[in-house]
Every structure is written in C-alpha cells, then in structure tokens.
Design a protein around this ligand. Structure first.
Ligand code: FMN
Length: 223
C-alpha cells in the first residue's frame, strides 16, 4: 500500500496540483512567487526520481571539469534528494574518472528535464566524495545485491579491454562485508543555484533560485 502511494505520488509529480498536459503546462513560476515554496516543489520533483525508475528525475546528467579544463557529462541515477533542494546524491565507483575530476574541481552541474511538465532544472553544486565513511556504509547496506555487484569488477571504469572480451554480468553480492565495498562511493552535491525553465506556448518562463546563508532567493530572468 505504502509502495503504491509512493508510486502514485511520484507519477503525478505535479507539485501543488498544477496541471501538466499540453494545453496547460505546470506553473511553478508565477509572479511574486515564494522561493522556499518553489524549492520545495523542485525538491519533491527530485525526490520522486529517487522513488520511481520511470520518473523523469530518476536519471540526471552530471557534469564535471576534467584535467584539461574541458567539460565532461554523463548520466547518473538519482539516489537521494533533500526536500528543500539543499542537496542531491548519487552512487559511483571510486575509481571512475569523475571522482578524480571532483577532487580537482568540486564545482559541478546537474541537469534534468521533465517532458510532461516541460520543465528544465539546471543545478550548480559543490560535490563531496563519501568513501568508506558512515554515509557511504549506510548507502551500501541499503542498495540491493545486484547493485552492489556493479562495484566488484577488477577493471577500473574506462580501462581499455581486449577486443574479444565479452562482458559478463557479475553475480549479486549479498554479503555487506564484501570487498566490493572498497570501490563504492556516494557523491553528495550541495546545490547553490537552480536555473528553472518552464516551456509554455503562451510564453516561456525562467528564473534562478540562488541559495545564500541557507535561504533561497528568486531572480526571474529572460528565457
Ligand atoms: C541510465 C544510466 C544510468 C547510470 N547511472 C550511473 C550512476 O548512478 N553512477 C555512475 O557512476 N555512473 C552511472 N552511469 C554510467 C555513467 O554515465 C558513466 O558512463 C560512467 O560513470 C563513467 O563516467 P566517468 O568516466 O565520467 O567517470 C549510468 C549510465 C546510464 C546510461
């Protein structure tokens, strides 16, 4: 029952009763809006992505800066979202190049788009790596055995393979003390700015939520 409610709420993901069909797009950006309420709406939308694999916020794009100062972007699965948009989290292999990139330059960006709501969410954030600490351990114990298996490879993500190697799915890991844990990391992204764009045939709407001293401020901008 609880699971059904979570699924229904994630599938509706229209915030405070806003419509989401083509004729009447969601209206989170209204005159004199309350920035905390908007942050809450976006927080709910993101949270929906952590509950339901079919929710548009389940997969986000995560961008970092590589050692040549070039952009790198890839898809990640959203694993955690704070209700007021203060942070989001995802899981990764500590050996993957993005981790070294974050160490070198923690300023990152995340991007999501909801085609039904016609809503683009761009987030500027500062990333922190959690590896073999209490937060990582808790996350590791919560993920299912088949997800733990992703961290068991002896090959480093991105490492060149022989031409004829056929990839075999590793077996599920039931033992939480398996050494694969050593490769598991949680990336915590503290959100500092959110660029919100609502597409609307009657006129697109856009603005930025900026977090200063723990409070969100709103600045409408030209779309
Ligand atoms: C649908 C999908 C979901 C993914 N989720 C994750 C994820 O949650 N964490 C992750 O590290 N990589 C994830 N990946 C793989 C990344 O996009 C990327 O290919 C990999 O992490 C290597 O990135 P890097 O070389 O930039 O570190 C996902 C890929 C796809 C297609």
């Amino acid at each position: 029952m609880k699971e059904k409610q979570a699924k229904d709420s994630a599938l509706s993901h229209t915030g405070t009763g806003a419509h989401s069909d083509d004729s009447s797009p969601v209206r989170w950006i209204v005159p004199h809006l309350n920035p905390d309420q908007l942050a809450r709406e976006i927080g709910e939308w993101l949270h929906g992505g952590t509950l339901n694999g079919y929710h548009p916020a389940h997969l986000l794009q995560f961008a970092s800066v590589d050692h040549n100062s070039g952009p790198q972007v890839r898809t990640i699965v959203l694993r955690g979202a704070e209700p007021f948009c203060h942070w989001v989290r995802f899981h990764t292999d500590i050996r993957s190049p993005k981790v070294e990139e974050i160490r070198h330059q923690p300023r990152v960006a995340l991007l999501g788009y909801d085609p039904k709501l016609r809503l683009q969410i761009r987030m500027d954030a500062v990333a922190a790596i959690h590896h073999k600490d209490a937060l990582a351990r808790q996350a590791w114990e919560r993920i299912p055995p088949h997800s733990r298996a992703c961290y068991s490879s002896k090959k480093v993500p991105g490492e060149a393979l022989k031409q004829d190697v056929v990839h075999q799915a590793p077996p599920p890991i039931h033992d939480v003390d398996d050494p694969a844990y050593n490769h598991f990391a949680v990336i915590h992204c503290a959100i500092e700015l959110i660029d919100v764009l609502e597409l609307d045939s009657n006129g697109h709407r856009r603005g930025t939520l900026i977090r200063a001293d723990g409070t969100w401020c709103w600045q409408p901008v030209a779309p």
